[in-house]
Write a protein that binds this ligand. Structure first.
Ligand code: SF4
Ligand code: SF4
Length: 381
């Protein structure tokens, strides 16, 4: 049996998308597991109030197509996510409208308006044994995670596994970044969320992905595929291959490999369909300093690792000062309180900065970017 299926799909047109979804889900029994009356939650990626053509969110045509297929099975369909803002009706109604979810609602989906939060205890977790999550996911008979394939400042790429970070209420996200500020701890926390919720199926909208300054201010890039799997890590391995990301440089994949949840490369995954990597997909600079931690043995290695970290570490930088409108959003969101506003522009205290890239992710003007020092770029070459 296949681990991952990939189906070519060139545009967001309802009939073609429906066919692509059916073909992608076919190796996993299609939707035969859906029984009448089941409450199926589609956990979409609705990271911001972004128009679909910006390629930052799961496309509404795919969500409409999936809703119709689930409704044919008699399911009650709920679509939801918690963007990095207040988790309330005002914010979410705006997000649903801008992200174009009206047609999915007309097709019978309930757009989530349960804004309750819940503290849960998960003793099996590796790092996040207790966490606060959005209640609507707790009440699902089954969850389908439907993500968007994008580049990501902190995690290199965001796809199936990272999508579950949306289970954390928006205003608590900076706190989680602070609590798990090492990228590997953050990745382990996201794996714990996936282990806790155990989505029944993972789908990826990779018809148009996002490259460059993702996950919100990057550039739309045609990939032309819809993917499906039951194992999010194997699915992410295939996504990484599609966009040319080094798998073990993606913290969630490294964490999954370390836990024995997936192999080390897409070559060891059984793929149904044609896997055609996209030429020259632009990824954010990766934090290569992580690889220097064990470069030398003993105390010398620790000292060398610290020096290398400082010299080579990627960090956020105001690369488009003219684009900055002084909205303060980056300063308000920064979990480490590392940003102060000077003459209405953000000034980042590198000593305080924990490299979570929340500021870069949520700058509405794309003014902040991931910056990698020249020496790190040369070494990488
Ligand atoms: S979020 Fe972006 S636009 Fe707003 S102050 Fe920060 S850098 Fe400027
Ligand atoms: S400055 Fe940006 S990257 Fe650094 S801690 Fe604050 S939000 Fe995170």
């Amino acid at each position: 049996m296949s681990d991952v299926s990939i189906v070519r799909c060139e545009e967001y047109e309802l009939e073609g998308c429906t066919r692509a979804l059916l073909a992608a889900m076919e190796p996993f029994g299609g939707l035969d597991w859906v029984k009448e009356g089941m409450r199926i939650v589609i956990k979409a990626n609705l990271v911001e109030a972004m128009k679909p053509e910006k390629a930052g969110t799961t496309h509404p045509v795919l969500l409409t197509a999936l809703t119709k297929l689930l409704k044919e099975k008699g399911a009650h369909v709920v679509i939801g996510d918690s963007p990095g803002q207040l988790f309330n009706a005002t914010v979410l109604n705006h997000v649903y409208a801008v992200c174009g979810l009206g047609e999915a609602e007309a097709a019978g989906a309930e757009l989530n308006r349960n804004f309750e939060q819940k503290s849960v205890f998960f003793p099996e977790a590796k790092v996040a044994k207790s966490f606060t999550v959005t209640d609507y996911l707790e009440n699902a008979d089954a969850i389908i995670s439907f993500c968007k394939l994008k580049s990501h400042g902190m995690m290199t790429m965001t796809a199936a596994t990272k999508n579950l970070f949306g289970a954390v209420p928006g205003t608590m996200k900076p706190e989680y970044h602070f609590r798990f500020h090492n990228p590997m701890d953050f990745a382990d926390m996201i794996l714990d969320l996936n282990e806790y919720f155990k989505p029944r199926l993972y789908l990826v909208d990779a018809i148009m992905g996002m490259e460059g300054n993702g996950p919100t201010a990057g550039t739309p890039r045609k990939i032309g595929a819809v993917l499906a799997a039951e194992n999010c890590h194997k699915l992410d391995l295939v996504c990484a291959k599609l966009i040319g990301a080094e798998p073990m440089a993606v913290p969630t994949l490294k964490a999954a490999f370390d836990r024995g949840l997936c192999p080390q490369s897409a070559e060891e995954v059984e793929v149904q369909g044609e896997l055609c990597p996209v030429e020259g997909f632009v990824l954010p600079p990766q934090n290569k300093s992580l690889q220097f931690e064990n470069f030398l043995p003993g105390k010398l290695g620790v000292v060398f690792g610290k020096i290398a970290k400082k010299a080579l570490q990627a960090s956020p930088k105001l690369k488009e000062p003219d684009a900055c409108i002084g909205c303060l959003r980056c300063a308000r969101l920064c979990p480490a309180k590392a940003i102060t506003m000077v003459k209405k522009k953000p000034k980042i205290d590198k000593k305080k900065c924990i490299r979570c890239f929340c500021c870069q992710e949520f700058c509405p003007k794309g003014a902040l970017k991931v910056h990698r020092p020249l020496i790190a770029r040369i070494l990488n070459r």
